[in-house]
Design a protein around this ligand. Sequence first.
Ligand code: GCU
Ligand code: CA
Length: 137
Amino acid sequence: APTRYEAETSPAVCTGTIDSNWSGYSGSGFCNGNNATGASAQFTVNAGAAGTATLSVRFANGTTTARPADLIVNGSTVQNVSYEGTGAWDTWVTKTLTVSVRSGSNTIQLNPTTSNGLANIDYIDVDAGGTTPPTGS
Ligand code: GCU
Ligand code: CA
């Protein structure tokens, strides 16, 4: 099963505010990034082994303009991802991406590349192969 990393939960960093005014989010809120290039949401993700990880980003974009963001893994930009309009700020969708991770701690940053900033970001779910099983299993 994937591990969920909420945008509002440290060590995640939201360059903006943690808001809860649009319903349907998971946890206690979502990252409303500042409307600016580079106002990112950053997650720290643990992988039990190096390899390919599947990343599901849950977001909402209540505008009709896509909000592209670089996907930056451990400081390297791996792709520019389009976060399209979802119809409303309370309509959340997930986008699935594939990245390479190293064993242990990885930083995953969603870094907007237009002055509109990010879509609102709820969480990322990460399925990293070889994730450390819970103690006792
Ligand atoms: C509105 C909305 C925010 C959103 C913002 C934006 O203010 O309430 O949740 O982040 O638009 O355009 O980025
Ligand atoms: Ca915003």
